[in-house]
Ligand binder design. Structure first.
Ligand SMILES: Nc1nc2c(c(=O)[nH]1)N[C@H]1C(S)=C(S)[C@@H](COP(=O)(O)OP(=O)(O)OC[C@H]3O[C@@H](n4cnc5c(N)ncnc54)[C@H](O)[C@@H]3O)O[C@H]1N2
Ligand code: MOO
Length: 383
């Protein structure tokens, strides 16, 4: 395996490989977590009619008022109104229920509160105070959080134009991999079938097919090209030994290699290629190496593809972290009060280090001094 492409270059190339977004229309309940593809102007002002902010009476003119049941008030008239109710034309204020009293069919304002409600022309929410008709209330590229979808609903939307999530097939390679139970010596229990779809989901993509193949180039070629997907993520078989058939399989599909390997450790054998009809992200078989390859290269690819931000942060380190010449080191860290501590058992073939981590420290070749800050990848799952 060559030393690989520089970490930053690999990530830039991955981001640049993202295809133009495909737009689809989804109902509001399926829009949460998606990225809006077009600006959303509200067709109506928000609120779209003058409404009451309190339960009480809409009033016009001075007390006492005659109570009427009409949607137009003359001077000296009042009508019962509830919170959110349509304010009658001519109304100048809403007198709160607790600040008015009806005596012999006539309404009076009570006390200082009543006087303030009326004199201050209070508790009427005029139309258009939140947005004018035609004003965009959400912009293309917005991640559709629950309040943003609620805002779209308030503007009368039933469906939204969103970016389609990339469809992904997983191709898990390895003669020695078993999918259930306790593995015999020489066999390993699969780490990826459950974890990778969940991580890809968090990165904004949908795993729609999963293949298991042995260490066989032709079977791998067929599996990689099999499904109508946008991206294939493979595991194992990247390392350059005689059993590492994934690169050969992808080249048989006429692939252009975009990232041949990355100068990072672990995860260096990660590659990204483009066949005529799909992208292929090749992850190493070692579990930690695979997940870090996915975050390091798949992260910027899928961020650019789905219109989300690459999630990164900075953390401080208490003890110096050594760099490694020509390589970016990736170190799972626990983070407490902004200070990162490497987790134990973080070998490329292990999982405990990542299982205990809150972030992944990105150590440049010069290392990180004690007390200094360094970049860290944010893990796309709750920690
Ligand atoms: N001669 C060389 N050997 C290796 C090199 C190299 O450059 N030259 N690179 C090393 C590095 S770094 C890594 S990382 C691995 C990459 O390995 P592969 O991508 O080829 O993966 P495999 O050889 O198929 O498997 C490696 C390891 O991972 C285990 N594995 C595979 N699939 C799974 C799975 N689904 N769940 C859990 N574990 C899995 C597999 O059993 C092996 O133990 O190569 C180094 N060697
Ligand atoms: O880079 Mo490998 O990914 O060390 O295990």
């Amino acid at each position: 395996m060559s030393s690989g492409l520089d970490w930053h270059d690999a990530r830039s190339r991955a981001a640049a490989a993202a295809p133009a977004p495909v737009v689809e229309v989804v109902p509001l309940d399926l829009a949460i977590g998606r990225v809006l593809a077009e600006d959303l102007p509200t067709p109506i002002p928000l609120p779209h009619y003058a409404s009451s902010a309190m339960d009480g009476w809409a009033v016009r003119g001075e007390a006492p008022w005659d109570l009427v049941a009409r949607h137009a008030l003359g001077p000296g008239e009042a009508a019962v109104i509830v919170t959110g109710g349509l304010v009658p034309t001519g109304a100048e204020a809403v007198l709160r229920a607790e600040a008015g009293r009806v005596i012999a069919d006539r309404l009076w304002a009570v006390g200082e509160t009543g006087r303030r409600d009326v004199d201050g022309r209070r508790h009427i929410r005029p139309a258009g105070t939140e947005a004018a008709a035609g004003e965009p209330v959400l912009h293309a590229g917005a991640l559709l959080t629950p309040p943003r979808v609620a805002l779209a609903a308030a503007a009368g939307a039933d469906r939204l134009f969103v970016r389609r999530r990339p469809r992904v097939a997983l191709v898990l390679t390895g003669d020695e991999v078993v999918e259930a139970g306790v593995p015999a010596p020489g066999m390993v229990r699969d780490s990826f079938r459950i974890a990778l779809p969940a991580i890809l989901d968090a990165l904004g993509a949908d795993v729609v097919a999963i293949h298991r193949v042995g260490d066989d180039t032709e079977a791998t070629r067929i599996a990689v090209g099999d499904d109508p997907v946008d991206l294939v993520v493979t595991t194992g078989g990247t390392g350059g030994s005689h059993a590492d058939q994934v690169r050969d399989a992808v080249s048989r599909l006429g692939a252009e290699v975009l990232v041949p390997s990355v100068a990072m450790r672990p995860g260096g054998p990660t590659f990204l290629a483009r066949t005529p009809d799909r992208l292929v992200l090749g992850l190493p078989g070692n579990p930690l190496a695979a997940v870090l390859g996915l975050l390091a290269v798949g992260g910027p690819l899928l961020a650019a593809w789905t219109g989300r931000d690459v999630r990164a942060t900075t953390v401080a380190v208490e003890t110096p972290v050594e760099g490694r010449r020509g390589t970016t080191r990736l170190i799972p860290v626990a983070v407490r009060d902004g200070v990162a501590t490497p987790t134990a058992h973080a070998g490329a073939a292990m999982l405990r280090g990542l299982a205990a981590a809150d972030a992944v420290l990105v150590v440049p070749e010069g290392g990180v001094d004690a007390g200094a800050s360094a970049a860290a990848l944010v893990l796309p799952w709750p920690t």
